[in-house]
Design a protein around this ligand. Sequence first.
Ligand SMILES: Cc1cc2nc3c(=O)[nH]c(=O)nc-3n(C[C@H](O)[C@H](O)[C@H](O)COP(=O)(O)OP(=O)(O)OC[C@H]3O[C@@H](n4cnc5c(N)ncnc54)[C@H](O)[C@@H]3O)c2cc1C
Length: 416
Amino acid sequence: MNQTASNTADLVVIGGGAAGLMCAATASARGLRVTVIDPNQKLGRKLRITGKGRCNLTNNCDVKTLLANIPGDGRFLYSALNRLPPEAVMAWFEERGLPVKTERGSRVFPCSDRADDVADTLLRECRTYGVSFVCGRAKALLTADGEICGVVTDEEKIACRAAAVCTGGLSYPLTGSTGDGYRFARSFGHTVVEPQASLVPLESGDDWCAEMQGFSLKNVTLSAFEDEKLIYRELGEMLFTHFGVSGPLVLSASAHMRHMDSRKYRLEIDLKPGLDEKKLDARLLRDFEKYANREFKNALVDLAGHSMIPVLIRLSEIPPDTKVHDLTREQRQRLLRLLKAFPVSISGKRPIDEAIVTAGGVNLKEIDPRSMESKLIRGLYFAGEVLNLDAYTGGFNLQIAWSTGYTAGLAACREE
Ligand SMILES: Cc1cc2nc3c(=O)[nH]c(=O)nc-3n(C[C@H](O)[C@H](O)[C@H](O)COP(=O)(O)OP(=O)(O)OC[C@H]3O[C@@H](n4cnc5c(N)ncnc54)[C@H](O)[C@@H]3O)c2cc1C
């Protein structure tokens, strides 16, 4: 990263992630002198690992669908999404030489399948318009008469009339997001909704999870319950781990679990979602006819994965040595219920540093949704995950970063 920053700027962007780079690119292209501060030598560090290195950069959907994928107060985003909706994000990257494609679930990726290309496109745009980069950490923001007038790093003080806090949340802190933005916000009297992990693996006290660690399930339906109320149901993939469960379905389910302290959560896995109970019973009868002379413990090979069979046997409470032809209807029903609703109780979420995204953050009530400007301090903007906004998987979290970063960048120009 070059260190060409002079110590004055119109706008200082704190954080060179998705939101910060979009904010810097937008403001600099409109003539503002912009400085980006970030401790990483290579900017967009988290962006470069998104989507398993492919970057699911947005979702090719309308604003209504987008808002349905934001569990909190998505309406805050109306204005920002109008300014930069998903189709405008796609066009933004394409116009700058990065073709994109839409895959299953309307997820958008660069055609190159390289997240690095997304980060590099943003950086190129910033460099084209003369953005200065400082490798370091912002330590404090300075104000005079209720307006931003500077940003202090370990090395220097940069005088400015606007600052955009784009410091991300608390997830994956090795990428640089360590929660500094919350501290800055609080120092000016903002309230911060307690950060918590979202899109995160789940812990279970059920010993059978650890017993099956490494075993993955495809084409299963996962249902999540909060105090017995169904809060999530989806078909897909998941896996068992030494602490509980993980994988795409589990991460998505976790985003619906917002009250770990006060509510009880549990999962049910439908291992045979293609068969209703009647069809599955007929299938069990066929299997049991085929293996009529075997012992029960040796009769499940066509029904379940190798790692799961001992667990199914134990949970069914059917003595393993029972001859299949001696199984009762009631025992068969018990097995059927396990296959349609395999139970996993949830004891908690994995720590926030393992989460894909941080829920909670700077209170939206204190931010102007048309500009992302603080209602308390003039010239202070917030964008991206530092805000009390998060979304489900599908490219929605980056869409939030683009739209809010873009809106803050535009607004900083209007103040000029
Ligand atoms: C493994 C993984 C995969 C993901 N995949 C996807 C995906 O495919 N699609 C999707 O939509 N979302 C995805 N996400 C979520 C998405 O990456 C984030 O929501 C998004 O990056 C948030 O952008 P941001 O700019 O707000 O924060 P960040 O990208 O976290 O950037 C914050 C930046 O601020 C800097 N910073 C922090 N404190 C300071 C300070 N004091 N001074 C200077 N700089 C500072 C950090 O170094 C960092 O570079 C993924 C997340 C992870 C962890």
